[in-house]
Design a protein around this ligand. Structure first.
Ligand code: IFM
Length: 446
């Protein structure tokens, strides 16, 4: 077998989901509130006043949903564990019912020969920690490491891969600068402090995960986008560079080079996070992988009228956009990873999320989401090109298994390969589910 065949057969195809977005059952079997349960109560925070109390009711319907995975023929399932189901008090009480819930899922995945890819933190911080200051309070780092130790001690190598955090940019920037995610603040100094605590929590959890699950692979998941200059004008080029440093490199550089980007330190000296000796060394704990969530690119213009950022992002006219209003730009994935590969010594990479929201309609016969089929096909083609270029890319996960609670957008946006009828909890395969199944079958069969 030649090297290319090896890559094809070991490459992981999967789908991804997250606890808060699909589970529901927020108030039973010992689960306590998370910051998102609280945020959903806030007037105007979530479109149409939606909440995730029930969402896809996966907590009760998981067996049926895991059958969907089996039917798709995926190699792996990326899902998150709900911290507020597992550690339920400030004193560190462990809720066995919470652990049992995930144990059944892991057992069933093994039975189906599907690898469990676990994310420990997909934004559902227990509210009891938020009441102590949440990610702004350095003590949260100890709480996260404890939670990571409970989970990894219990499941150990039954889990193929542990990711500490999903998209710390969102927790820090959407939660504390843009104010549109829980807990909903707008303050750059706080956002950067939260970012530091998130990275520190990740770095300090890594050795614990390695010790408890020595055969699993361990890493972190970042959402990254290329920040292209909107024109050749020097102002736009500089603005794009700034946006890249603030949004991408602010998370990558500490993880890979033990420092924060100098451009941002110079630009916002008053916002720099408080840190202690040894923090940066902890953050650069060796990584088995970085997961990249890729959806779109940003096209940046200098804009001094924007007093928070000094730039704005604009989609080129006539571009195809998703129901989220995000530009469809598969080439951005190629450019992003190629540039990162030139700039850093990267660990192996995974595409841990990729997909689009569309205005899917069920006409009682089918859901013809041909736009999503094209989106997936084009991005999978980029994945193939990146591998051919020699990038150590080990897997691809479509976002998402099924429609779910899309955070501030509530149930208005549908990202799933399976359509969810929230009235009946029926799951209906979209055309994209058939496409993905077929793609995996054909690619693996090569
Ligand atoms: O639904 C989210 C997911 O929770 C994190 N990454 C982006 C997805 C689409 O917005």
């Amino acid at each position: 077998m030649n090297k290319n065949n090896d890559v094809v057969s070991s490459f992981i195809y999967g789908v991804a989901s997250s606890a808060f977005q699909i589970e529901g059952a927020t108030a039973i079997d010992g689960r306590v509130d998370s910051i998102w349960d609280t945020f959903c109560q806030k007037e105007g925070a979530i479109l149409n006043g939606d909440n995730a109390d029930v969402t896809c009711d996966y907590y009760h319907l998981w067996e049926r949903d895991l059958e969907l995975l089996k039917n798709l023929g995926v190699d792996a399932y990326r899902f998150s564990i709900a911290w507020p189901r597992v550690v339920t008090s400030l004193d560190g009480d462990v809720n066995n019912e919470g652990l049992d819930f995930y144990q059944q899922i892991i057992d069933r995945l093994h039975y189906y020969s599907i690898k469990p890819y676990v994310t420990l933190y997909h934004w559902d911080l227990p509210q009891y920690l938020e009441d102590q200051g949440g990610w702004l309070n350095r003590d949260v780092v100890t709480a996260f490491v404890y939670y990571a130790s409970v989970v990894s001690d219990y499941f150990g190598d039954q889990v193929a891969s542990y990711a500490t955090l999903n998209e710390p940019w969102c927790s820090a920037m959407l939660g504390y600068l843009h104010g549109i995610h829980a807990p909903g603040f707008q303050n750059r100094r706080q956002a950067l402090q939260v970012g530091h605590h998130l990275l520190l929590a990740h770095g300090k959890a890594m050795p614990v995960l390695r010790q408890n699950a020595p055969n699993a692979s361990h890493g972190i998941v970042l959402n990254l986008s290329p920040y292209d200059a909107g024109s050749d004008k020097q102002d736009d080029v500089l603005a794009a560079k700034l946006a890249d440093e603030e949004n991408n490199q602010w998370f990558l550089q500490p993880l890979l080079e033990a420092k924060y980007p100098q451009v941002i330190i110079d630009k916002y000296p008053e916002c720099m996070p408080k840190m202690r000796a040894g923090d940066m060394e902890a953050i650069t704990a060796p990584l088995d992988f970085i997961g990249i969530n890729y959806y779109t690119r940003q096209r940046i213009f200098c804009d001094e009228s924007n007093d928070v950022f000094g730039y704005r992002s604009e989609i080129p006219e006539d571009s195809e956009v998703t129901a989220m209003g995000w530009e469809v730009y598969p080439e951005g994935l190629f450019n992003l990873i190629s540039e990162l590969n030139e700039r850093y010594q990267l660990p192996p990479l995974l595409i841990t999320e990729n997909g689009m929201a569309a205005d899917d309609e069920y006409d009682e016969v089918q859901i013809n989401d041909s736009v999503r089929v094209s989106y997936l096909r084009e991005h999978l083609y980029v994945v193939k090109r990146l591998i051919e270029k020699g990038i150590d890319l080990r897997g691809y996960f479509a976002w998402s298994l099924m429609d779910n609670f899309e955070w501030a957008e509530g149930f208005d946006k549908r990202f799933g390969l399976y359509y969810v009828d929230y009235e009946t909890q029926e799951r209906i395969p979209k055309l994209s589910a058939y496409f993905y199944k077929d793609y995996i079958e054909k690619t693996k069969g090569q």
